[in-house]
Design a protein around this ligand. Structure first.
Ligand SMILES: Cc1ncc(COP(=O)(O)O)c(C=O)c1O
Length: 478
């Protein structure tokens, strides 16, 4: 066995920070439940994938899938001209940019994951800091650190303020702290629509963050990967059906107190006043095929930088390392180029998400489980503190005492319950501890799955948590 010092500092850091979360995600992907082929596999209620249109996507792709001799060649590592043109057209149609985006404003990468890594390597030196409000999509930490070695600092923002401009005070506090320690902060990531709450930011909130970034000369990386998956705006079908929701803010009144404020998604590219808020060269936008086009496995994402050509050049210089397979580049070009199909597909995606959201929230309401009402994406941010208290009391270790209040829960409980649910109940969800939740007892559930599967998974999850057995003793033995 080699001792640590044979590896690079970067690799040593990665080896030492390997966490059970990475292992768990790997298992959830490799050992997936399938009713026939793998009935003992893990049911995924944690990885953000939209399976509601699987059949439509497969039919479409199989109908346009041909491999030509050009696909056997190297392509442009930043994305072929045809793909970047098609992406530019798609952005011009759906993101309503103030000035049309053109192909040279875009660099294609193998997924937004890769785009995050590459943009970080362009903007930050190792050790420099990126601020992201928490709770956040946990992979931001590794995406921006594993290779580029920037350090993500979470800025806890209460869920009630995630759509509000007043959240800037939390960024300011964190920045002051870092400045006081002589640490350089380089950028902010804003995920709009927001993962994990599924909320759209208000225009005022984004504007306030942009102004803050400008005052402090910070880049703003807008992760808009869920831009076209907004299924509840102010006048969506569910609002009209549900009188209560029409009177702003209280979908969850019956079981909780989380606000249901809904805003239109507005891409930062569409801000006609952008240059009054910030030097636009500080702003880039990320989007891709995984979420809005239900193609996680294709590994296609892109960076849009219409205001800063240096960023494009910097990204191109490293694009050989995030090269999309030529065949997938061609297929993506054909798919996005079929605007009639994409328009109708996009509508189906939203309708299906809304239907699944309504079924899932009805299920949670019936069980008296609180959640933050969402309007976009594939997920719900759910408060399971009362259930976690029961779980903890049913699984007390030696020297532990019964608890009665959420304030007695710990992040170790979050982690233990999560690992035991994966191992014994064969359900993968995302634990709040991994998303830097500000209190234990929160989970993120993915609802963009066929209802039969989802209902089975939810039943299995909540039955397992509530059952009176000692699963901890099984963990101890493992
Ligand atoms: C907010 C956010 N950004 C980026 C990604 C990564 O996307 P991709 O599949 O394009 O790498 C995800 C995936 O869940 C996400 O939720």
């Amino acid at each position: 066995m080699f001792s640590d010092h044979v590896y690079s500092k970067a690799a040593t850091e990665n080896i030492n920070s390997f966490s059970p979360a990475m292992d768990a995600i790997g298992k959830a992907v490799d050992d997936q439940y399938d009713e026939v082929a793998n009935p003992n596999g893990i049911m995924n209620l944690g990885i953000a994938v939209n399976k509601l249109q699987e059949e439509i996507v497969l039919k479409k792709l199989n109908s346009i899938n041909t491999i030509t001799k050009m696909d056997l060649e190297y392509g442009n590592p930043s994305g072929t001209d045809s793909l970047r043109k098609t992406i530019a057209n798609s952005i011009n149609k759906h993101f309503k940019p103030v000035s049309p985006i053109n192909k040279d404003d875009i660099v294609v990468t193998n997924g937004v994951t890769s785009a995050l890594d590459k943009i970080t390597s362009v903007l930050c030196d190792p050790g420099e800091v990126i601020l992201i409000s928490s709770p956040y999509y946990s992979a931001f930490e590794t995406d921006m650190n594993s290779s580029a070695k920037a350090i993500v600092h979470n800025v806890p923002v209460p869920v009630s303020e995630i759509q509000s401009p007043v959240q800037v005070r939390y960024y300011q506090k964190k920045l002051d702290e870092l400045n006081g320690k002589g640490i350089t902060t380089k950028a902010i990531v804003v995920c709009n629509p927001h993962n994990p709450t599924g909320k759209c930011y208000s225009r005022a909130a984004v504007e306030a963050i942009l102004e803050f970034a400008n005052r402090n000369k910070l880049f703003v990386i807008m992760d808009e990967i869920y831009a076209l998956s907004v299924f509840r705006n102010t006048e969506s079908a569910s609002d009209l059906k549900n009188d209560k929701i029409k009177h702003a803010g209280d979908l969850n009144d019956a079981v909780g107190t989380y606000s249901d404020n809904k805003y239109e998604f507005e891409s930062v590219l569409s801000f006609e006043n952008l240059s009054e808020l910030i030097d636009p060269s500080l702003v880039v936008v990320l989007h891709g095929l995984s979420k809005d086009f239900c193609l996680n496995g294709f590994r296609v994402g892109w960076v849009v930088s219409p205001f800063n050509s240096h960023i494009i050049i910097g990204l191109r210089a490293v694009s050989l390392f995030s090269n999309v397979a030529k065949h997938i580049d061609s297929l993506a070009t054909k798919l996005l180029g079929d605007t009639e199909f994409i328009d109708s597909f996009n509508k189906i995606v939203k309708d299906n998400l809304l239907e699944s959201y309504e079924r899932t929230t009805t299920y949670l309401n019936n069980k008296n489980i609180k959640y933050v009402p969402s309007q976009a994406g594939h997920f719900l941010w759910v408060n399971i503190q009362p259930l976690m208290i029961r779980w903890k009391n049913n699984n007390l270790r030696k020297n532990q005492f019964r608890i009665t209040s959420p304030s007695e829960l710990t992040f170790d409980d979050d982690m233990e319950m999560w690992l035991s649910v994966i191992k014994d109940a064969r359900i993968y969800y995302t634990a709040g501890v991994n998303f830097k939740s500000d209190e234990p007892g929160w989970i993120r559930l993915i609802f963009s799955q066929p209802w039969d599967f989802l209902k089975k998974g939810l039943d299995r999850l909540f039955d397992y948590i509530e059952k009176e057995s000692n699963s901890i003793s099984q963990i101890d033995k493992a």
